[in-house]
Design a protein around this ligand. Structure first.
Ligand code: NA7
Length: 539
């Protein structure tokens, strides 16, 4: 493939893969450094996650005003979020507004996939091959591919024979889809399914939900932002954004320093009731600090939430299927919902618990389970993503000595700070595996990641360095640190995309970083302050 390289290859200082929130910000920052760059984006326009995930109900689980970019006071002042948790159309409008305001598209190439990237050791350059066969090269390769950008559709027997329409939620059609009067199946019960089921249940003739593992869903508590609150937000952006820098997940709330087991039952219940009644992730990331590490505490909190779920479902048999029993609260991503459980009180919604009634195959007209045939017109796969490493595996990335990144990460990723991997010099992985941004209010950590990478690039330019690579000892230590942190929690006990075990055949290995944003930022800052300790810089 690489031999067909055309004679003329365009050169940039930085080649960026992806035109979502990370890629867009990277362009803005690189311009400030006076560098040349090009972002290659598979979609036809900006937005990444928010460009692709157009399904009904797609919405922030982060407070809108903690999610937007913070780099421009003017932008903070000009943009007004209409809801505390904005829906996808508004978010995409916002990202278009940013792209227009900062004229970002002129450094972006849409409808273009990067198919390969090879490090040219002699010239210390990355050669990037695009899906039209053309090439570009750059001193630095910045992967801005996001965490959840490689949609996963399980291979059910017979799926190809289905005569109706079917699609993955992340590939929702761009044209208007009218599902009223239709019989629709949704496969999945994660955050996406919870959002899409709630909306579809209100419009379709019949909705059949195929759920493998129920989740603990908590109320989102969304509402419009009134005029006074709007003024308050604008006047307090500095404090809001500063607060996000000080908390574990870069949200406005943080874990409570008390252990759930150390307080009286009365105090604990009052605390949980309060958290439950508040909007957003407070019930998860503002809960007792030992919730994700202490079995007893986790059991107490899980039972509190189970009871909340039971109370909302009319039919006890339906409630039994919807109440999680095989994992504890907060160990997996908590879907936030706006009437999800009430969907199951509607006559037009049925729930098929796949643990009791597995899918045998897909037929021309619907889904055959071990017990019945469910007739459907449309099948919606809300089956998640090949998370974190999936998008990397789709690109033939080769580092020193032609080593393939997929081979290096075959048994699980190895990185330093989640920013770079040994033998893949000059390649920075924004929100990459084991990066602090993986367990974070994403844009807050994207800005931290990009700012840090830009400082490194600037430092190299100013000191005439051409190559930055990771010392293997630093990579070993970071990887060890990542596993040590997660092994002190209950997370390894559960199957989740956090560990790649939502995908058959993918090695179970933890992909995120659970040390929290504050600790992660400090690690990154310390490395920079110590002359990029753990990295090797060459001229
Ligand atoms: P998730 O959270 O990975 O959810 C995927 C869902 O699809 C989950 O319920 C899975 O069940 C289900 N699934 C996956 N494969 C199958 C098969 N083969 N059969 C039946 N059901 C299956 O993805 P989401 O898109 O909902 O959310 C991803 C992230 O986006 C979320 O964490 C937020 O950060 C935003 P399982 O639980 O594996 O039994």
């Amino acid at each position: 493939m690489m031999n067909s390289k055309p004679a003329s290859t365009t050169h940039y200082d930085v080649a960026i893969i992806g035109g979502g929130i990370s890629g867009m910000y990277a362009i803005h920052k690189l311009r400030q450094l006076g560098m040349t760059m090009r972002a290659f984006e598979a979609g036809s326009d900006v937005g990444g996650t928010w460009y692709w995930n157009r399904y009904p109900g797609a919405r922030f689980d982060s407070e809108s005003y903690t999610y937007g970019y913070s780099f421009s006071d003017e932008l903070l002042d000009e943009w007004e979020w209409s809801e505390h948790f904005a829906g996808q159309p508004e978010t995409l409008r916002y990202l278009n507004f940013v792209a227009d305001k900062f004229d970002l598209r002129k450094d972006m190439q849409f409808d273009t996939r990067v198919v390969a990237a090879t490090f040219d050791e002699e010239n210390k350059l990355w050669d990037v091959e695009l899906d039209d066969g053309s090439h570009a090269n750059a001193r630095f390769l910045l992967s801005c591919v996001g965490l959840l950008s490689d949609p996963f559709t399980p291979e059910f027997e017979g799926a190809k024979n289905f005569k109706g329409q079917s699609w993955h939620t992340a590939l929702w059609p761009h044209e208007e889809v009218d599902l009223s009067g239709k019989k629709v199946a949704v496969i999945g019960a994660g955050s996406t399914a919870v959002q899409v089921i709630t909306e579809l249940s209100k419009v379709v003739d019949k909705l059949s939900v195929f759920q493998r593992t129920p989740n603990y869903c908590a109320p989102l508590g969304n509402s419009p932002i009134d005029e006074d609150t709007q003024k308050w937000i604008k006047a307090n952006y500095t404090e809001i954004l500063q607060r996000c820098k000080e908390t574990f997940g870069s949200f406005l709330y943080d874990f409570d320093p008390r252990a759930a087991v150390d307080v009286s039952a009365e105090e604990r219940n009052a605390f949980l009731e309060e958290k439950w009644s508040q909007p957003g992730f407070g019930i998860w990331l503002g809960n007792f600090h030992d919730m994700i590490s202490n079995r007893e505490s986790n059991d107490l909190i899980s039972e509190f939430v189970r009871e909340k779920i039971r109370l909302r479902i009319d039919d006890p048999e339906m409630a039994r299927k919807l109440v999680p029993t095989t994992h504890g609260f907060g160990i997996k991503r908590i879907p936030l919902e706006s009437g999800y459980y009430e969907s199951y009180n509607r006559d037009n919604v049925e729930l098929i618990a796949l643990t009791e009634e597995p899918i045998e195959c897909i037929t021309e007209t619907g889904i055959q389970t071990s017990q019945k045939h469910v007739d459907v017109d449309v099948i919606i796969y809300a089956t998640g993503f090949d998370a974190v490493t999936g998008a990397y595996n789709k690109i033939d990335i080769r580092g020193v000595g032609g080593q393939k990144l997929t081979d290096k990460w075959a048994n699980g990723p190895r990185t330093y700070l989640g920013m770079q991997s040994t033998d893949f010099p000059n390649m920075f992985t924004v929100l990459g595996p084991h990066n602090g941004g993986t367990f974070c209010n994403i844009p807050r950590c994207i800005e931290q990641n990009i700012d840090w990478v830009m400082d490194a690039i600037e430092y190299m330019r100013d000191n005439d360095f051409k190559k930055i690579s990771v010392d293997p000892a630093a990579e070993d230590a970071w990887t060890e640190h990542v596993y040590e942190l997660v092994n002190a929690t209950l997370i390894p006990e559960t199957k989740t995309w956090f560990s790649g075990d939502n995908i058959e055949g993918k090695p179970k290995s933890f992909l995120l970083y659970t040390g929290g944003s504050v600790s992660y930022r400090k690690s990154c800052d310390d490395v920079a302050e110590n002359g990029y300790e753990g990295f090797v810089l060459e001229r």
